[in-house]
Design a protein around this ligand. Structure first.
Ligand code: HH2
Length: 280
């Protein structure tokens, strides 16, 4: 399996690591850590040095209750960081749901659009169609400000799968090639801790949709609920969730802690490659 993006055809025979670059003052785990251009660009370089296969740059927080940012401000936050990131030799994704920001980002050389709204905003499908960009279509309900009120499901795996299948079809109908599309169950978005765990337990079924799966568990609140740890102490829990997601078919893991995740996946791959001598 592969994920076609603008400049790169990403080989998914092994899981890939997408490193998060939040150029925001208010992201839930690293808000304000790299919200000036120089620090954010240094962070991109560091993540690539640590082994990130893809960078994901965002200029608006999507944490529950986050305030909305207008398109001009969001673009102003990321424009210089994106220009530097596209010179680093890895595919660069832009995490946005706004068609205006998508257009600017694609003009500036972005390879992938990562949209937590699955290209549902008016004009979003058209902004990406014809660009050759990869897209990540994520499941959520409502908006970050209100999404937790909508966390009501009968069977969360079935409902998320149905939504993702419909959005993939909408993308294809708009002219986005099938091999440019990746799907994401949207852990933490309009889902309680129980929903997130049910979804991970049943995640393998989402692979039946036939698209690569991208997942983000890094430092999320459900991991805090399980371990009792604050957001800066959730690396071991994040690694456990990432490996569990890989074993349930995830192809791309979106993380803050790239070096540690790359190590964990190397161990995973080494075990995978080991052959057991045949016994008589
Ligand atoms: N999670 C976040 C943001 N974007 N995109 C995808 N495809 N999947 C995710 O799970 C996902 C995402 C939230 O994490 P983070 O970027 O660290 O926080 P914030 O939204 O507060 O900036």
């Amino acid at each position: 399996m592969h994920w076609q993006t603008r400049r790169f055809r990403i080989d998914l025979s092994r899981p890939k690591v997408m490193g998060i670059v939040n150029v925001t003052p208010d992201s839930f785990s690293d808000g304000g850590r790299h919200d000036d251009d120089r620090t954010a660009i240094a962070h991109c370089e560091r993540l690539v040095a640590e082994g990130a296969d893809i960078l994901d740059i965002g200029g608006e927080s999507t944490r529950p209750g986050a305030p909305r940012v207008d398109a001009d401000s969001e673009w102003a936050r990321i424009v210089k960081v994106l220009a530097a990131a596209v010179t680093l030799g890895v595919p660069v994704s832009v995490d946005t749901c706004k068609p205006e920001v998508m257009r600017h980002a694609l003009d500036a050389g972005a390879d992938i659009i990562n949209d937590v709204q699955a290209l549902q905003l008016r004009g979003a499908l058209a902004a990406v169609a014809g660009s050759g960009a990869g897209v990540c279509l994520m499941h959520m309900r409502g908006e970050p400000a209100s999404m937790m009120d909508l966390a009501v499901y009968g069977d969360v795996v079935v409902e998320v799968g149905a939504f993702l299948g419909q959005r993939a079809q909408a993308a294809r109908d708009a002219g986005i090639p099938a091999d440019c599309i990746a799907l994401d169950p949207g852990y933490g978005f309009a889902k309680t801790a129980e929903h997130n765990l049910q979804l991970l337990a049943g995640q393998q079924r989402l692979t039946e949709l036939g698209y690569p799966l991208l997942v983000g568990w890094s430092r999320k609140r459900t991991l805090g609920d399980i371990t009792g740890r604050p957001v800066d102490q959730r690396l071991p829990a994040s690694l456990a969730a990432a490996l569990r997601a890989v074993s349930a078919g995830a192809n791309v893991i979106r993380v803050h802690d790239v070096a540690a995740t790359v190590d964990a996946l190397k161990v995973w791959a080494a075990v995978d490659a080991a052959t057991i001598p045949a016994t008589e």
